[in-house]
Design a protein around this ligand. Structure first.
Ligand SMILES: NC(=O)c1ccc[n+]([C@@H]2O[C@H](COP(=O)([O-])OP(=O)(O)OC[C@H]3O[C@@H](n4cnc5c(N)ncnc54)[C@H](O)[C@@H]3O)[C@@H](O)[C@H]2O)c1
Length: 433
């Protein structure tokens, strides 16, 4: 342990970051900018080549920052055999759901098996992927100990959740407190020391389970609050009250309230998935997380709700959804991002298509999307394209969209994000009003 402490302190430790995606690439960059030699691992040769060429494919990592760290400090490889070159390993692989919404730990398990093959005395292994409480101890530890090495004595193991918020210009790895929970006190101490090299504040906790539960709780907190406001939006529609005005008004309270906004649903690799990780694990303890599952259900129903409101809006103009030309603006799950994983826009496009609408989309960040049956390409956002659509749906309010132009040129605008607030035009219909 002392040797690794010394190597972290004098920055001679070499770090392995496994999974160079939204979480892994910024982390690899942060450690190499702090002066550590980093070896990034990914199974996608294309990503490895890009990193080695100093080219970024993640919006929060600029080409300049990636190419400014020398190849000596940041290198990427697909060769897992090189795991034995590093002193500490951060696992940042995906934790998706199966088709039936069960946790799919296959990436984590596969990677643990790889690490176990090459595990060497003194190494520190940290899981960063979001998962249910118990994963580090119950799933990863036994696999690593198959190597014959013992945790606490021969190697160290901790969980440290990634709290990155893609697209957030204010909060990043450095100024977002990092939680660490080791299997044993030495593992916590080492993980804490390691992350102190890149984060201003590191919060050690008593065990990996607390760190794992904290991360899922943070995401469940968002999911529940988003569901609450989505439910309120639907009630406001019935009552003829603007939910947007209600939220703005509630936001004048300086304490005890935090605004969340209605939307066509939740997306990304966290909020739609993580509640299921917890709900599923809870069942092992004969416990039903009703609140959490209700929130997921409300959020997942939002694209259906939006689709039927679009149909109603067309109806008031004497048109039916069947045969209507619908232009969906924004398929990213969040504004100004190029990530459309689990995006509600995808479901919305599918639902509108199933009802007979002719659907096109525009997203300046996402040139193509793969739907179950077909591939769609982003159309150019021309005046002609706006004016020829029977309905233009603002699904993601990217900053580059010129709302005034959209409202002026479109026959009907269905706004799911409150992006047209402030405009009072008869052709606008908003979610939550
Ligand atoms: N995206 C976010 O905003 C965010 C935020 C916090 C936490 N997380 C969590 O972090 C984890 C990673 O998410 P992400 O968004 O970075 O995913 P991602 O899909 O962007 O990146 C994962 C990378 O891992 C690679 N990979 C998969 N298996 C591998 C293996 N065996 N060896 C090497 N590389 C492998 C993939 O090719 C991919 O490049 C997930 O558990 C997620 O829930 C994500």
């Amino acid at each position: 342990m002392l040797q690794l402490q010394k190597r972290i302190n004098d920055k001679s430790a070499k770090l392995g970051i496994v999974g160079l995606g939204y979480v892994g690439l910024p982390l690899a960059l942060a450690f190499s900018q702090a002066g550590f030699r980093v070896l990034g691992f990914d199974i996608q040769q294309k990503r490895v080549n890009l990193v080695n060429q100093g080219k970024s494919y993640i919006s929060d990592v600029s080409n300049d920052s990636l190419s400014s760290v020398s190849n000596r400090l940041l290198e990427a490889t697909t060769d897992q055999g090189r795991l034995n070159e590093v002193d500490a390993i951060c696992i940042c692989v995906p934790t998706p759901l199966t088709k039936t919404k069960e946790p799919d730990l296959s990436y984590v398990i596969h990677e643990s098996e790889e690490i176990s093959k090459y595990l060497k005395p003194g190494q520190l292994v940290i899981l960063e992927s979001t998962t249910y409480p118990g994963t580090t101890r119950e799933v990863i530890l036994p696999i690593l100990e198959r190597s014959g090495l013992k945790v606490g004595a021969d190697f160290y193991l901790a969980f440290s959740p990634e709290r990155v918020d893609p697209g957030n210009k204010k909060h990043n790895i450095k100024n977002t407190p990092k939680i660490v929970g080791g299997i044993d006190p030495q593992s916590t101490t080492l993980a804490e020391l390691l992350y102190r090299q890149v984060a201003d504040i590191v919060v050690p906790v008593s065990c990996p389970e607390v760190a794992e539960m904290t991360k899922v709780f943070e995401n469940v907190f968002r999911s529940v609050n988003i569901a609450l406001v989505n439910e309120l939006a639907q009630l406001c529609e019935r009552m003829g009250i603007s939910v947007w005005e209600v939220i703005d008004t509630a936001s004048t309270k300086p304490f005890g309230y935090m605004p969340f906004y209605p939307s066509p649903g939740v997306g990304g690799h966290c909020i739609p998935l993580d509640p299921y990780y917890l709900a599923n694990k809870a069942r092992e303890y004969d416990f039903h997380t009703r609140f959490i599952e209700l929130a997921a259900e409300i959020n997942e129903r939002m694209p259906y709700h939006v689709a039927s409101r679009i149909a109603e809006a067309l109806n008031t103009q004497g048109k039916s959804l069947n045969g209507a030309k619908v232009l969906v603006l924004g398929v990213a799950y969040k504004k100004d991002l190029a990530d459309f994983r689990e995006s509600p826009s995808l479901k919305l496009i599918r639902l509108l298509g199933e009802k007979g609408a002719e659907v096109d989309y525009n997203d300046p960040y996402i040139p193509q999307i793969q739907l179950t049956q077909n591939t769609l390409s982003s159309v150019e956002l021309t005046m002609e394209c706006l004016s020829s659509a029977d309905c233009v749906v603002i699904a993601t309010d990217h900053s580059c969209y010129k709302m005034e132009e959209i409202v002026t040129l479109s026959k009907l605008v269905f706004d799911t994000r409150g992006a047209t607030r402030g405009f009072s035009s008869n052709n606008i219909v908003r979610l939550g009003e």
